[in-house]
Design a protein around this ligand. Structure first.
Ligand code: DGJ
Length: 697
């Protein structure tokens, strides 16, 4: 049983880790332990009863599991409210707790404000086999008057005291996502967030805190949030050296009017601990995403072609058919028509909102093209951007009030578009109807759902609650539209795109099976973008196209190898590819189809980081360790620096005592030898290799 209760509290155990909490003598729900699983329940420390200084009360010094803003505590709170009488002080007291064994092990701890009818449930779910703990909060007003919630995080995670930690997080921008940065955590509050109504590429909702860890060794505490809108992470080292991380909705410009009988539930926060470095932390998250989160789980993804970089908005039946013929000859399995196909869409200044085929470009509708694509043996996919509207569209002319705006302010357009307020039920219903019609009338197997601008002037006239609820209601609306369409069209595969990787999170991956990783399709940039992405999301969700963006500088095979590290796609203008290039592409696609179960469903090992020099290597191993594939890359090294050499590459994840053959090496060796001694790979500038690994015995 993974959840144990005792007079001093609760212990949550996964395969290798444990998390403990309990009530201390002051009656505060207190964090007790988070780390390696210990042999006996009596091993876990009792709740702390800190000695405190009179000016700052026990709450300030106690590692509270979910501290409210109130009393003499000055650390970063997890909840802040204003009651109807203006009181802004939360005093949470313990009521009871419930443990459920199935369908998954959960613990719910019930707290209540000491005076007001504010009830809070702290929920915990144990993902035993993935070494993860999931947490979320439900807040309920059991009185008669509304309570204003100004902050409500999903979790506060407390790290062992008395150690110096490093925080690793990611930052980026359009076409330059997922840069890793690792910095010491010192006294004070570090804040990472999104204020853009989407997850954002400026920061990713993921943290990793380590105590002298490397890719393969050392303690790492890590976590993420299942939410696709504004979020916030705070990492705090207090004046008494306590290190804590909060994660949840962003409280910036946020307020929620908590009405009686309308509970508010936060998104889920996931976190884990490992002794085996950053790589293991990533693999635990990858496993959970594949096993539990993705709508189509372990279904292998098809090799797709996407028309965007070849034709931009200039799509019609003839141009797409010509590309489809070339794509099919190369072995592509799914043909996706990107932007430009719908009513009035000849550039980025018109059409968004009018989701029916453009009458000039597709006089007979989409069916003739779809039939053509299907007759070539491929599935058909389509691009949409449903949350958006161009002022020059029939939808906007009919419903100008549907967009997010303040009536007294200019409606700032970004890429000539405005955002529909998906918090509104009528907007959600419209999108469900128009997209359901599109999917019902056409044989569409795949949808790329794009979102290309961030919010401004976040106004909502006649909002049902506080207008600042828009940040949360918008995302709930988005999820409702997506969920309804998924239920009505369960076989469709969806891709989440927000000008690239702007909406890549555990929330969206309950609806979308894939993410369009970045609008930057240059292979050498992609190496580090992909490495960043892999910190918390698995290769099966990482769509990667081979395009013409860097065709002058980077060999086609290198570009293919980079894209083969995720879900392979092609996005170049195939009408301009030489026959030799198309033959090479066909060979790469054939190889990818053979190795894709290992890449998409195997364990990923980051062997040499592209951030540290011209060489990089990444390896994938099948779950049963019977096969693998190693990708090695050498970027450009100028002549004067040509003394830099690729060291032997030590493999990972093999069975030590089994014999393996690595492609290109004559002799088989034990898994242990490949992992301890490694192999030498010779590469010249801009060369790459995809080497298969096979277990012999
Ligand atoms: C942004 C996406 O990231 C691109 O791949 C493409 O779909 C364009 N939008 C189309 O407008």
């Amino acid at each position: 049983m993974p959840i144990h209760s005792s007079p001093t509290g609760w212990v949550l155990e996964t395969r290798n880790t444990a998390y403990a909490l309990g009530l201390n003598r002051a009656g505060l729900l207190t964090h007790r332990y988070w780390g390696a699983r210990l042999p006996f329940l009596s091993d876990y420390p009792e709740p702390a009863n800190p000695v405190f200084w009179a000016a700052d009360g026990p709450g300030h010094f106690t590692p509270e599991e979910f501290p409210g803003y109130g009393g003499t505590k000055y650390t970063d709170p997890a909840i802040k409210v204003t009651f109807a009488d203006g009181v802004r002080d939360v005093v949470l007291t313990y009521l009871d707790a419930t443990i459920q064994e199935s369908p998954s092990a959960t613990l719910a701890i019930h707290l209540k404000d000491a005076h007001y009818p504010l009830h809070m449930m702290l929920h915990y779910r144990v993902h035993e086999e993935h070494d993860l703990i999931e947490r979320w909060i439900t807040l309920e007003n059991r009185g008669a008057e509304a309570i204003t919630v100004e902050r409500l995080f999903s979790a506060k995670w407390t790290l062992p005291e008395g150690r110096a930690y490093f925080l690793t997080h990611m930052f980026g921008r359009h076409a330059d996502e997922f840069h890793l940065v690792r910095e010491p955590l010192t006294q004070g509050l570090k804040v990472l967030d999104s204020k853009r109504i989407i997850t954002s590429f400026q920061h990713s909702p993921w943290f990793s805190i380590d105590h002298n860890a490397t890719e393969d060794t050392g303690e790492v505490w890590f976590g993420t949030l299942a939410w696709s809108g504004n979020w916030k992470i705070t990492a705090e080292v207090s004046d008494w050296h306590s290190t804590r991380v909060s994660i949840g909705w962003n409280d910036w410009d946020f307020a929620w009017r908590l009405e009686p009988d309308h509970p508010l539930t936060t998104p889920a926060a996931f976190a884990g601990y490992t002794k085996n470095g950053f790589g293991d932390a990533s693999r635990l998250l990858h496993g959970y995403v594949r096993d539990r989160l993705l709508p189509h789980g372990k279904q292998l993804h098809k090799v797709l072609y996407n028309s965007w970089e070849a034709t931009l908005f200039d799509v019609d039946e003839r141009s797409q058919s010509a590309l489809a013929e070339r794509a099919a000859q190369m072995g592509v399995e799914l043909f996706v028509m990107d932007d430009g196909w719908f009513h009035g869409r000849n550039g980025d200044s018109a059409g968004l909102g009018d989701w029916w085929p453009d009458e000039m470009k597709f006089p007979g509708g989409l069916s003739p093209l779809i039939q053509k694509v299907n007759s070539l043996g491929m599935d058909f996919g389509l691009w949409i951007e449903p949350e958006m509207v161009n002022p020059n569209s029939e939808l906007y002319r009919a419903h100008p009030d549907w967009v997010i705006h303040f009536p007294t302010r200019r409606r700032t357009e970004s890429r000539n578009q405005l955002i529909l307020n998906l918090g509104r039920g009528d907007v959600q219903d419209y999108l469900i109807d128009v997209l359901d019609k599109l999917l019902s009338e056409n044989k569409i197997d795949f949808i790329k759902w794009d979102m290309n601008r961030h919010v401004s002037e976040p106004g909502w006239q006649n909002a049902p609650g506080d207008p600042r609820e828009i940040w949360v209601r918008y995302v709930h609306g988005l999820y409702r539209v997506w969920q309804t369409l998924r239920e009505r069209h369960p076989t469709v595969i969806w891709q989440s795109c927000a000008s690239g990787g702007g909406r890549a999170d555990f929330g969206i991956l309950r609806f979308a099976d894939q993410v369009w990783t970045s609008d930057n399709t240059e292979a050498t940039s992609r190496l580090s973008i992909q490495e960043g992405y892999s910190q918390y999301l698995p290769a099966s969700t990482m769509e990667a196209w081979v395009t013409d963006a860097d065709q002058k500088n980077v060999p086609l095979e290198f570009r293919f190898h980079v894209s083969m590290c995720g879900t392979l796609g092609v996005g170049g203008n195939l009408l301009e590819w030489s026959e030799a290039d198309r033959e090479l592409a066909a060979r790469c696609i054939e190889l990818y189809k053979e190795i894709r179960p290992v890449v998409q469903l195997g364990e990923q090992y980051r062997l040499i980081s592209p951030q540290n020099g011209p060489f990089s290597a990444v390896q994938y191993v099948s779950p049963d360790q019977s096969e693998g594939v190693l990708f090695v890359f050498r970027a450009h090294i100028p002549d004067f620096a040509n003394v830099v050499k690729l060291p032997p590459i030590c493999l990972r994840g093999l069975d030590s005592d089994s014999l393996y053959l690595v492609e290109g090496c004559e002799e088989p060796h034990s898994g242990k030898a490949w992992m301890e001694i490694g192999l030498k790979v010779e590469l010249s500038n801009m060369q790459s290799r995809a080497l298969r690994i096979k277990k012999l015995a």
